[in-house]
Design a protein around this ligand. Structure first.
Ligand SMILES: C[S@@+](CC[C@H](N)C(=O)[O-])C[C@H]1O[C@@H](n2cnc3c(N)ncnc32)[C@H](O)[C@@H]1O
Length: 207
């Protein structure tokens, strides 16, 4: 019998997973039931859930079938992980069903590799699905007011736009404003290696 290994590898994961882990160790509540949107290969799901003691379950998701297959292949290699079966989840879909309870949403490297409408949809989704004081964690490059853009990010942005004119690095203030419209307020913004940011938003359902 031939076994086909469907695991995908994103080289950037090796570089960013430990800095992301350090941020999540400090900022995720105990317990954390995590929904990851746009999990990609599934490497973050396996690695982060394994190293975060406060995480009880990690639900990965994506819209690409190759990503969903890769996540399942990673799960097969780590049968004891806290990562549950991956699911198809298009955050922009109009008919997303209520989710089992989770209190944290993680979206790594999604906002700049999707149209702005996905940022809008993510904020709406988080506001409708997180409980009061639930957390939305974003990771990726952002433009920041008053901060000179790094050459590497300018180059990355133009590469993204050549691939798809609707993609591109987002303005942090615009993202925070969109979040605010949906009741999500900035908890903290943390500079990360390679000119990325960690952005933590908290949902306030009652004022
Ligand atoms: C650059 S990859 C990031 C993957 C992973 N988070 C990482 O950092 O390695 C972006 C991912 O977003 C997913 N994606 C794009 N649009 C989406 C949407 N509307 N809803 C959910 N996922 C989406 C893509 O399928 C892809 O796997």
């Amino acid at each position: 019998m031939i076994t086909i290994d469907l695991r995908l590898y994103a080289p950037a994961t090796q570089r960013n997973r430990d800095p992301i882990l350090e941020v999540l160790k400090t900022h995720l509540p105990d317990p954390s039931k995590v929904l990851e949107i746009a999990s990609g290969t599934g490497e973050h799901a396996i690695y982060l859930s394994e190293h975060l003691e406060q995480v009880t379950t990690w639900q990965p998701s994506d819209i690409e079938s190759s990503a969903l297959k890769s996540i399942e292949a990673w799960r097969e290699h780590y049968p004891d992980s806290k990562v549950v079966r991956s699911k198809y989840l298009d955050v922009s879909a109009k008919d997303n069903h209520p989710e089992p309870l989770f209190n944290v949403i993680v979206a790594i490297n999604l906002l700049h590799i999707s149209p702005w409408s996905v940022t809008e949809a993510l904020m709406k989704y988080a506001s409708e699905h997180l409980p009061h004081q639930g957390l939305l964690y974003l990771y990726g490059p952002f433009w920041q007011a008053g901060v000179t853009p790094a050459e590497s990010n300018l180059h990355f942005d133009s590469t993204l736009k050549k691939q798809n004119s609707a993609w591109g690095i987002r303005d942090l203030d615009a993202v925070l404003e969109e979040a605010r419209k949906h009741g999500l307020s900035k908890k903290t913004v943390i500079p990360m290696p390679a000119n990325n940011l960690s952005v933590l938003l908290e949902l306030k359902k009652f004022s």
